[in-house]
Design a protein around this ligand. Structure first.
Ligand code: HH2
Length: 270
């Protein structure tokens, strides 16, 4: 899943693709590089982010979804019902939902649904997040929401532990370490570690300072590779060609035969 942020303020690429034409060109580029899904978002969820109005988000997202959806599978990254509905009308077939509340849109439209775990809201979620037992709580939350969605008739449900969403570096590590247990539940798992701050903290630069966002490619690919080996069916990344290369190597090494890419589960179409 390639990330396409049509925003001025996303944490790693804010402002680069706010212009619709540049956004569409980047989406097509990611599809050419091998992304199976392009995830279009019009509101940053970085720690401290301020919400944007529905009108503004619709104006950012809908034209880009419309232009891309004939070329690649498109998901919409939103917490707003109206934006999810408009994006599905414009051709998106997956609702990527960090609020874990929009399954009725998927049930009504026939789209797939990604349920992601978040503690709190983006504005304050990184102010001292706490859990009794992070892995148990996150997994139980995802199971519960997935069950509700399946009961409501959603045909394609993905679960995502929400790396960096109300979590310390230790929480993120625990969730990655225990990913096989989430995979064992049987629903396809999506994981997004790309360029996130904990990577800079866990693998600091030569001077010992946290690696800046421009210097987190190795950490992004290492953790995406870890997730794939642990059984995740999709990774959400900014650097698609590097991730596709990693996926190819994971697939060929697992099979012991050159030229194979791991088959995506759960109906990811091109
Ligand atoms: N991470 C971000 C946004 N959406 N969705 C899912 N399912 N999983 C994630 O880990 C996830 C997500 C944050 O990354 P990005 O979109 O690059 O940043 P911003 O929220 O600042 O636009």
């Amino acid at each position: 899943m390639g990330v396409l942020n049509v925003t001025p303020d996303s944490f790693s690429d804010g402002g680069l693709f706010l212009d619709a034409e540049r956004a569409v060109a980047h989406g097509l580029d990611m599809a050419r590089q091998g992304a199976d899904v392009v995830d279009v978002g019009g509101e940053s969820s970085r720690p401290g982010a301020e919400p944007v109005s529905e009108r503004e988000e619709l104006a950012r997202v809908v034209p880009v979804v419309e232009a891309l959806s004939g070329h690649v599978r498109v998901s919409v990254d939103t917490v707003k019902r109206a934006v999810a509905e408009a994006a599905v009308d414009a051709g998106a077939t997956l609702v990527n939902d960090i609020s874990a509340s929009l399954w009725p849109v998927a049930a009504e439209s026939g789209a797939g649904w990604v349920v992601m775990h978040m503690q709190g809201t983006p504005r304050t979620m990184q102010d001292d997040p706490r859990y009794g037992h992070v892995v148990t709580e996150v997994h139980a939350f995802l199971r519960d929401r997935a069950r509700r969605a399946l009961e409501a008739g959603v045909g394609e449900v993905w679960v995502d532990p929400g790396i960096g969403f109300g979590k310390t570096a230790e929480h993120n590590l625990a969730l990655l370490h225990h990913l096989p247990e989430l995979v064992a539940d049987g629903l396809p798992v999506l994981v997004g570690t790309s360029r996130k701050a904990f990577l800079g903290r866990l693998a600091p630069g030569p001077g010992g300072d946290p690696a800046p966002v421009t210097d987190r490619l190795a950490g992004s690919i290492a953790t995406a590779t870890w997730a794939m080996l642990a059984g995740a069916s999709m990774v959400r990344v900014h650097d698609v060609s590097s991730a596709v290369e990693a996926a190819t190597l994971v697939g060929t090494t697992r099979l012991g035969t050159p030229g194979a890419r791991p088959a995506a589960r759960s109906g990811v179409e091109r």
